[in-house]
Design a protein around this ligand. Structure first.
Ligand code: SAM
Length: 196
């Protein structure tokens, strides 16, 4: 599909997501993350929380044709719908996995992902982060969505970062919420990983 057709497809998918109360990424945040992908040119990206594939289509559209997005979703209907959308958009660089991310992540290759995007169950964010650390390359970037509005649901994540002196940036990219960016190297240099 051409970029223009993908854009039209995404607009329709966003509208249908709003009508069906699917918590898809905002356009502003999707564009912000696409900027990071453009700069970093990752070979392998991991998304935790596929939903109907809206964000996955955004990301895959900017990844190079040799790069792969692996995306995980545990709701069967959402997973199947996402796979259909990926097929309709003729996207070949997405691996879509059905399953609980907490079970799936440990089965993925170690030292593999250059970018990890977390957008699933807010209360489980710290679990996803800790499970995916061994799966990241040394210069990986971790992107965590909805970190302002749902801060109360991820207090253990904030406590973990503060306790271990791990630097993070929160970017208020859309009027509604913000995105947290962590460099793997900032976790690596703390005592937390070195003690392991
Ligand atoms: C905020 S939505 C994802 C939106 C998607 N990233 C987008 O912007 O189009 C969160 C999704 O994570 C899924 N989810 C929640 N907990 C999960 C888990 N433990 N493993 C895999 N998927 C999970 C939910 O079923 C839901 O579809």
């Amino acid at each position: 599909m051409t970029n223009q057709l993908i854009e039209t497809y995404l607009k329709k998918l966003k509208t249908s997501g709003i009508e069906r109360h699917i918590p898809n990424i905002s356009v502003e945040n999707a564009e912000f993350i696409k900027g990071i992908i453009r700069d970093k040119n990752p070979k392998r990206m991991l998304e935790i929380g596929t939903a109907n594939g809206y964000s996955g289509i955004h990301f895959s559209s900017i990844l190079s044709e040799w790069s792969i997005l692996t995306t995980i979703e545990y709701a069967w209907n959402a997973h199947i719908e996402a796979v259909e959308h990926f097929k309709e958009c003729k996207i070949k660089n997405i691996i879509s996995i059905w399953g609980d991310a907490k079970m799936v992540i440990p089965t993925l290759s170690d030292n593999y992902f250059d970018v990890v995007y977390i957008d699933a169950m807010k209360r489980e964010y710290l679990d996803y982060l800790l499970l995916s650390l061994p799966k990241m390359t040394k210069d990986a970037i971790i992107i965590i969505d909805d970190v302002i509005k749902f801060r109360d649901k991820m207090t253990n994540l904030y406590e973990f970062l503060d306790r271990n002196g791990i630097e993070y940036n929160i970017c208020s990219t859309d009027p509604d919420d913000g995105i947290m960016i962590i460099n793997f190297s900032d976790i690596w240099k703390t005592q937390f990983l070195q003690d392991r």
